[in-house]
Ligand binder design. Structure first.
Ligand SMILES: NC(=O)C1=CN([C@@H]2O[C@H](COP(=O)(O)OP(=O)(O)OC[C@H]3O[C@@H](n4cnc5c(N)ncnc54)[C@H](OP(=O)(O)O)[C@@H]3O)[C@@H](O)[C@H]2O)C=CC1
Ligand SMILES: O=C(O)C1=N[C@H](C(=O)O)C[C@H](O)C1
Length: 269
C-alpha cells in the first residue's frame, strides 16, 4: 500500500479553501497535513475540518513553516502576494506546489517559472477538466474561423471576485491569440465605453460581469456575417476545481521539479 499524499492547504477558510479541505477529507489517497490562514483570523487554532462537522486533527495556523511540516504539497488558492510568499518557502523546503490563484503580474509569473527549476509546480487559472477541454476546442475553432469572425470573450463571476478579467478568460484569450498568430498583449481590448469607432477585426475583446453567487461562466464568441459560434463553459460547483487540484497533486508525486499546467496533468498534450 502506498503512503497517502500529505497535503497542506493555504487560504483554508476561503471559498476554495473549504472545497479543498472537503475534497482532501473525502479522498482515500490523501491526508490533510496542514491548514494555513492569515494572522488575525478568528479560525486560528480551530480544527480545519470543523466547518464540515469533522475532526481532521489539523489545527489552522498562520505559521507557514508549521503548516508545511511533513507536507508533500501545498495547494494555494489565495491572492498573488500570498502565493508569492508561500512559493519562496516551498522552494526553500522542497515542498511541491499547486497554484490556483489568479491575477499574477508578468514579473510574478517569471518568479514562479524560476521556482519550477527547483520544485515541482502545477499552475492553472482553472483546474476543471471541462475548461481545459474547452481550451483545446478554442484552439481548433480559432484556426478554422481565422478570417471574417470577430472574437469576444465574456466571463461572469460572483460579487466577491477581485480580479478581472478572470484568469481563465485571459488564458482563453492566449489560446485564441496563439492560434491566430496574434499577441494578446497588443490585440486585447478590455471593455468599451463612449465613441469607440468601428471594431478593429484584429482585436480580441473582453467583457466582465460580476454579481451574486455565479461560480464561473466563460463564453468565447466568434461573430461572423450571417452566423455566430459560442463556445461556453459554466461551472455550477467549485468541487470541480478542488478535484482538479487533487489530480494535480497526484501528478506531481515523483516529479522533482518543473512547471506544469492542467494540460500536463490531464494528458491533453
Ligand atoms: N484555478 C482555479 O481553478 C480557480 C482559481 N480561483 C482563484 O483562487 C483564488 C481564491 O479564490 P476564493 O477561494 O474564491 O477566494 P477567497 O477570498 O474566498 O479565499 C481566499 C483565501 O486566501 C486568503 N488570503 C487572502 N489574501 C491572502 C494573502 N495575502 N496571503 C495569504 N492568504 C491570503 C484569505 O484569507 P482572508 O479571509 O483572511 O482574507 C482566504 O482564506 C482567486 O485568485 C481565484 O481567482 C478560484 C476558483 C478556481
Ligand atoms: O475567482 C473565482 O471564483 C474563479 N477564478 C478563476 C479565474 O479567475 O479564472 C477560475 C474560476 O473561473 C473561478
Amino acid at each position: 500500500m502506498t503512503a497517502p499524499l500529505r497535503i497542506a492547504v493555504a487560504g483554508c477558510t476561503g471559498r476554495m479553501g473549504h472545497m479543498l479541505i472537503e475534497a482532501v477529507q473525502a479522498a482515500d489517497d490523501c491526508v490533510l497535513a496542514g491548514a494555513l490562514d492569515r494572522e488575525g483570523s478568528p479560525a486560528l487554532g480551530h480544527d480545519a475540518a470543523a466547518f464540515l462537522g469533522q475532526a481532521s486533527g489539523v489545527a489552522i495556523t498562520a505559521d507557514l513553516r508549521a503548516a508545511l511540516q511533513g507536507a508533500d504539497a501545498l495547494i494555494d488558492f489565495t491572492r498573488p502576494e500570498g502565493t508569492m510568499a508561500h512559493l519562496a518557502v516551498c522552494r526553500e523546503l522542497g515542498v511541491k506546489l499547486v497554484i490556483g490563484t489568479t491575477g499574477f503580474s508578468d514579473e510574478q509569473k517569471a518568479q514562479i517559472r524560476a521556482a519550477g527549476q527547483d520544485i515541482a509546480i502545477v499552475m492553472a487559472p482553472n483546474m476543471s477538466v471541462g475548461v481545459n477541454v474547452v481550451m483545446r476546442l478554442l484552439d481548433m475553432a480559432a484556426r478554422a474561423l481565422s478570417e471574417g469572425y470577430d472574437i469576444e470573450i465574456i466571463e461572469a463571476h460572483h460579487r466577491h471576485k477581485v480580479d478581472a478579467p478572470s484568469g481563465t478568460a485571459l488564458a482563453m484569450g492566449e489560446v485564441v491569440a496563439g492560434a491566430l498568430g496574434r499577441d494578446l498583449k497588443t490585440c486585447a481590448v478590455y471593455g468599451r465605453e463612449g465613441v469607440t469607432g468601428e471594431r478593429d477585426p484584429s482585436t480580441i475583446g473582453f467583457a466582465t460581469v460580476r454579481g451574486g453567487d455565479i461560480v464561473g461562466d466563460h463564453t468565447v464568441l466568434f461573430a461572423g456575417t450571417g452566423e455566430r459560434i459560442e463556445v461556453t463553459h459554466k461551472s455550477s460547483s467549485r468541487a470541480t476545481y478542488a478535484q482538479g487540484s487533487l489530480r494535480a497533486v497526484r501528478f506531481l508525486a515523483g516529479r522533482p521539479a518543473g512547471l506544469f499546467d492542467m494540460n500536463d496533468v490531464l494528458g491533453l498534450g
